[in-house]
Design a binder for this molecule. Sequence first.
Ligand SMILES: [Zn+2]
Length: 62
Amino acid sequence: MNAILLCGRDPGPLTAQQAHRAMQVHLECAVDTCRSRRRARATLVEQKRMVLDERAQQVSGS
Ligand SMILES: [Zn+2]
């Protein structure tokens, strides 16, 4: 669980909640050097994309 606190280690798949927390913890880190921040950002982008996809499907379905 505390893997998101470490910069040099990829924490693996995160929930949206964990990703938000990691982004706060690593707020001043660079994505180039901080693997936790990179993972958190990728997770949030992925989550947003999923939400957008759901909306798009609803629009096109109706
Ligand atoms: Zn960091």
